[in-house]
Design a protein around this ligand. Structure first.
Ligand SMILES: NC(=O)c1ccc[n+]([C@@H]2O[C@H](COP(=O)([O-])OP(=O)(O)OC[C@H]3O[C@@H](n4cnc5c(N)ncnc54)[C@H](O)[C@@H]3O)[C@@H](O)[C@H]2O)c1
Length: 339
C-alpha cells in the first residue's frame, strides 16, 4: 500500500502577529503543515495553536538550525519584524538590528539546512514619496524612514542570496493591511497598537480621542490616502507566491494592494457607519516619515500569480475588524520579553 504523501511543512516567522496568524490559517486550510517561530515581542500567544508555536528570537541562528533539523521545512514565510514607521524614526538602530540582522540570521540558517525558498513581507514604504500613483514595482528604492529602508535592505540581500546561492524569493510589498478573518478566527492584537482602524475602535471604546496626523497634505480632504488591503486577500497572495516558488518560479518583487485609495477621514466615516458610534479624534501635526499618498498598482501580482482581491469594500473591511475587536477588547500585554 502507498504511504500517504507527507504534507509540505512551512516555517512561518512572526506567525503570532497579525498578518502571520491570518496566513497560518490559510496555509493550514490549503493543506500545508506549519511551524511558527515568534519571540512574542509584539505578537500574541493566543493567535497561534500552541502545538505549532516555537518561542525564540530569530537572531538565534543555532536555534533555527536545530528547528530545521528536527522539523525539515520546504520554505519559509518571513513576517517577523518591527513595523512602526514612527518608532523607526526615533530608534533606527533597533529597526536595522531586528529587521535586517534577524533576517540575515534566518537566511544563514536556511542556507546551512538547504531551505531554498522564502516569501518575504516587504512594504510600500520602500518607495518613499513619488508623484506618480498608483505605484508600480519599477520605481526605484527611495524609503524616507528607517523602517522602509530596513525592508529595502533585506530585499537587496535576498537578491544577493539568489545570485550566490540560488535561494529563490518573492518579496510581497504590502500596502495597508486591514480587516480580520471573515470567520473571526484571527485579527489584529497589537501591543502597542499603531494601525488606524483598531486605533479608531479604541477611541470609541475609551472616549480618548484618536490622533490623526496632518490634515494639510496635498490630498482631496487633506488627510493621508492609503490603500487598505484586506488581510485575507493579503494572506492569499502568500499562498500563491509560495506555490509558485515550490513549482520553480523565479524570484520576484510584487505589490499587494487593491489599487484604490481611501483617506483617513473616509476611514473615520466608515468606522462610524459600521459601528453606529462617533469616533472622537484630534488633528495633530504631520508625522515625520509619512508619505501623503500610497496606492498600489498590483497588476504584476494579478498577471503573474492570478491573484485578485475579493474584499475591496471599505465598510466590509471595517466590519470584519469590528467583529473581531468586539470579541477581543484591548487588553494590556501579558508578557514583554526583555531584549
Ligand atoms: N501591517 C501592515 O499594514 C504591514 C504593511 C506592510 C508590511 N508589513 C510587514 O508585514 C509583517 C507582519 O506585520 P504585522 O502587522 O503582522 O506585524 P506584527 O507585529 O503583528 O507581527 C510581527 C511578529 O513578528 C514577531 N517578531 C518580531 N521580531 C522578531 C524576532 N526577532 N524573532 C521572532 N519573532 C519576531 C513579533 O512578536 C510579531 O508577532 C512585518 O514584516 C511588516 O513589516 C505589514
Amino acid at each position: 500500500m502507498d504511504s500517504p504523501q507527507r504534507k509540505k511543512r512551512i516555517l512561518v516567522t512572526g506567525g503570532a502577529g497579525y498578518i502571520g496568524s491570518n496566513t497560518v490559517l490559510q496555509l493550514t486550510d490549503a493543506g500545508y503543515e506549519v511551524v511558527v517561530v515568534d519571540d512574542l515581542s509584539h505578537g500574541d500567544r493566543r493567535s497561534v495553536d500552541p502545538r505549532i508555536l516555537r518561542v525564540f528570537d530569530l537572531h538565534d541562528t543555532e536555534a533555527l538550525v536545530k528547528l530545521f533539523d528536527a522539523e525539515p521545512c520546504e520554505a519559509v514565510i518571513h513576517f517577523a519584524a518591527f513595523t512602526s514607521v514612527a518608532e523607526s524614526m526615533r530608534l533606527p538602530e533597533i529597526y536595522f538590528q531586528n529587521n535586517v540582522g534577524a533576517s540575515v540570521s534566518l537566511l544563514t540558517a536556511m542556507l546551512r539546512c538547504g531551505v531554498k525558498y522564502l516569501v518575504f513581507s516587504s512594504t510600500a514604504a520602500v518607495y518613499g514619496i513619488h508623484p506618480s500613483s498608483p505605484i508600480s514595482e519599477s520605481l526605484p528604492y527611495a524609503a524616507i524612514n528607517p523602517y522602509g529602508d530596513s525592508k529595502a535592505m533585506v530585499e537587496k540581500i535576498l537578491g544577493w542570496f539568489d545570485q550566490a546561492h540560488g535561494m529563490r524569493h518573492v518579496c510581497l510589498r504590502y500596502f495597508n493591511a486591514s480587516g480580520a478573518d471573515p470567520e473571526g478566527r484571527a485579527g489584529e492584537l497589537h501591543y502597542p497598537e499603531t494601525h488606524l482602524i483598531p486605533l479608531l475602535f479604541r477611541a470609541i471604546e475609551t472616549g480618548i480621542p484618536a490622533d490623526i496626523f496632518g490634515d494639510d497634505y496635498p490630498t482631496p480632504d487633506g488627510t493621508c490616502v492609503r490603500d487598505f488591503i484586506h488581510v485575507t486577500d493579503l494572506a492569499q497572495a502568500h499562498i500563491l507566491a509560495l506555490a509558485a516558488l515550490l513549482a520553480g518560479a523565479s524570484s520576484a518583487k510584487l505589490n499587494v494592494g487593491t489599487g484604490q485609495g481611501f483617506s483617513v477621514r473616509e476611514v473615520v466615516q466608515a468606522v462610524e457607519s459600521v459601528t453606529g458610534k462617533t469616533v472622537p479624534y484630534r488633528i495633530r501635526p504631520r508625522r515625520p516619515g509619512d508619505p501623503p499618498v500610497l496606492v498600489a498598482n498590483s497588476s504584476k501580482l494579478q498577471n503573474t500569480l492570478g491573484w485578485k482581491p475579493k474584499y475591496c469594500d471599505l465598510r466590509y473591511i471595517v466590519s470584519t475588524a469590528w467583529s473581531f475587536a468586539q470579541k477581543h477588547p484591548s487588553t494590556p500585554r501579558l508578557q514583554v520579553p526583555v531584549r
